[in-house]
Design a protein. Sequence first.
Length: 269
Amino acid sequence: MPNVVSVVFRDGGRIYHFDPNGLALMPGDHVVVDTARGLDFGKIVKETQELAAKDVPPGLKRVVRKATAADLATVTANKELEREARDVCEELIAQLGLDMKLVSAELTFDAKKVIFSFFAEERVDFRELVAKLNDRLKRRVELKQVTARDEARMIGGYGGCGRRLCCSLFAGDQEPVSIRMAKDQSLPLNPTKISGVCGRLMCCLKYEHAVYVEFKKRAPKKGAIIQTPSGEGKVVELLATGDAVTVDHGEGRVTTYRLSDLEIAKEER
C-alpha cells in the first residue's frame, strides 16, 4: 500500500495528501510540495501512513523537500507582499464602491500570483477590480468569494468558550453543521446561544453529536420508571457526556447512576 503524509496550507485548512518521497516527516514539519499551481509551502499534520490504493487521490504529488532556512525566508518576504497587496485591494474596492469585504490576500510560494478571498452577501461583478489589481500589482490575480464560516476560519479569533475558533484550530474541519445536531443534544434553539462568531451554527455542535445519538439509543427516556441499585425511581435528567441519568426515588432522594450500573441492576432482577 502506498505511503502518504497529510499537509495543510493554512491553519484550519483542508487536508491534502502527498507522497512523502522517502523523507522522514513528522507533524509540525514545514515542507515544500509540488501542487497543480506549482511549488507551495505547507505543514505536516499527520505522520506518514499507509492508504489502500483505492483511497489514494488520483495524481498524487510529492513532497519536494523539508523547508529550508531559505524557504522560511521566502514565506516571510511573501507575508510582507501580501500585506501590501491587501492594502491595494482595499483601496480599489473603496474606489469602485463594491459591496464586498476583503478577507485575505494569499501569495503563491513563487510570488507570481495573488489570491484574494472576499465575503459578500450577493454576487459581485469584480472584473474591473481584477483588471486594476493586475495593473497595480504586476502579478496574476484571482478573486474568490467565501462563506461567513470560511471568513472566520481565515481571520481566526476566540469563541465564547475562551478557546481559539474550532474552524481555525482543527485541520480538515469542514464537515457541515445542522440544526438537527442541536436538537439531538437538547440545546435551546436560540440563535444567540448556538451560533458562533461567524453567525452560523457553532462547529462544536458536531463534536459531541455522535455521543448524544449513541447515548439516547441506550438510555431510558426522561420520565421513565426504572430499576436502580437503590430501588425503583423516575428518570428526571439525562447526562449524555457522563453516560449517566439522574433518578428521583421520592422523599427527596435523588441519585445519579451510570448506565453501566443500571445494566447490572437490570440483570440482577
